[in-house]
Design a protein around this ligand. Structure first.
Ligand code: ZN
Length: 363
């Protein structure tokens, strides 16, 4: 476990460094005469408002990517390889990153254009933007398993007949008619194991990494599946969407106040001035950070409920504990992070806590 502690300590330091670099970059753009002239100059290079917004956004991201590229390589490739978590060759890893960047870039640019279009036409832009984001997020979650996941994994329906039978029996016991289970070929890239409920409505399904199927005893896979079925039965995907929707209303509302305050402060021509984009980015990053404990607190609560569901359904605490310990070893999980780190950064309860809760159920 010394390895896990060291790995996470290194990753934390690098994340902090990346955060400092990003924040310093945005502050330099906003509060130095050269930075402001740059943002103004880039915005002035186009005639139409939407083109100005696109130019400023792309310049902002391009320079930021160049600044943080070395850190991204160390954090995403070199360190995980060093600690045995990743065996994907550099070329394949880079292709995955480029695909993710393209998807993120197109969606991000569409989001920024939508926000600036709304900023220009209505003072209630923050409510409209929240509504647009909510609909976009629903659509994205719905297409994730059928359009996006296949870009990164080969997905096949679960074939193992014993496991299928166990799963169907489990699902029947908890009153779920049918839910597809797909296996993703994670083993091509990494030894890490995971499972998740993804999609919405007709695209909803459980995805298992093949690394889980290869290394885990049947009872342990069953307890992981029961946890995922718990998310399914509890409707955690729609719940999560609603929580994100509520948080985005708060984010856009507060960002609106900050944008208005930034007009005199930063010499912008109005709240929809594309040169104000670095300011909006800084405010949104700060708000997202401030909301981390809320979103993660909600997620840990749903994860605890899914754990309880798994234990109650299988009645096999030993298998649950075995699965948690095996996942912890494979994924090099931090067994007992500080309470502060858990509250702010952890979407799942710390492993130690999940195991202790299962032991409590045993007693
Ligand atoms: Zn879960």
């Amino acid at each position: 476990m010394a390895d896990a502690a060291r790995y996470h300590r290194l990753q934390r330091r690098l994340s902090l460094l990346a955060f400092v670099v990003s924040t310093a970059y945005l502050l330099a753009l906003l509060f130095t005469p050269e930075g402001r002239a740059l943002a103004r100059g880039v915005a002035g290079a186009a005639e139409w408002r939407w083109a100005q917004v696109a130019l400023v956004a792309m310049a902002l991201v391009a320079v930021h990517s160049a600044l943080t590229l070395p850190l991204g390589l160390v954090q995403g490739y070199w360190l995980p390889r060093r600690f045995g978590l990743l065996h994907q060759p550099l070329g394949a890893w880079l292709i995955d990153r480029v695909k993710a960047a393209l998807i993120g870039g197109v969606l991000g640019l569409a989001a920024i254009e939508a926000v600036y279009a709304l900023l220009a036409i209505t003072p209630l832009w923050w409510l409209w933007a929240s509504a647009v984001f909510f609909v976009a997020q629903v659509a994205l979650i719905a297409v994730l398993p059928i359009w996006i996941a296949p870009l990164f994994y080969r997905l096949k329906p679960l074939a193992d007949p014993r496991l299928r039978e166990r799963l169907l029996a489990l699902a029947r016991r908890v009153g779920v008619d049918a839910v597809g289970v797909f296996v993703a070929d994670q083993s091509r890239k990494s030894r890490t194991a995971n499972a998740a409920v993804v999609g919405l409505g007709r695209t909803r399904r459980i995805i298992l990494f093949d690394t889980l199927l290869a290394d885990f005893p049947l009872e342990e896979i069953e307890s992981v599946l029961a946890h995922e079925l718990g998310h399914h039965v509890h409707g955690d995907v729609p719940r999560g969407l609603l929580v994100n929707g509520a948080l985005s209303v708060v984010t856009f509302g507060l960002a609106g106040l900050a944008l208005d305050a930034g007009v005199p402060l930063l010499g912008l021509t109005g709240r929809d001035d594309p040169a104000g984009l670095p300011w909006l980015a800084l405010v949104v990053v700060a708000l997202a950070l401030a909301q981390l404990p809320l979103g993660n607190g909600f997620s840990r609560w749903r994860e605890r409920r899914a754990d309880d569901f798994s234990l109650a359904t299988t009645g096999d605490a030993a298998a649950f504990i075995g699965a948690m310990e095996r996942l912890g070893r494979l994924n090099l999980a931090e067994p007992s992070p500080s309470r502060f780190r858990e509250i702010v950064f952890y979407s799942h309860p710390a492993l130690e806590r999940r195991i202790a809760r299962a032991r409590g159920g045993l007693a």
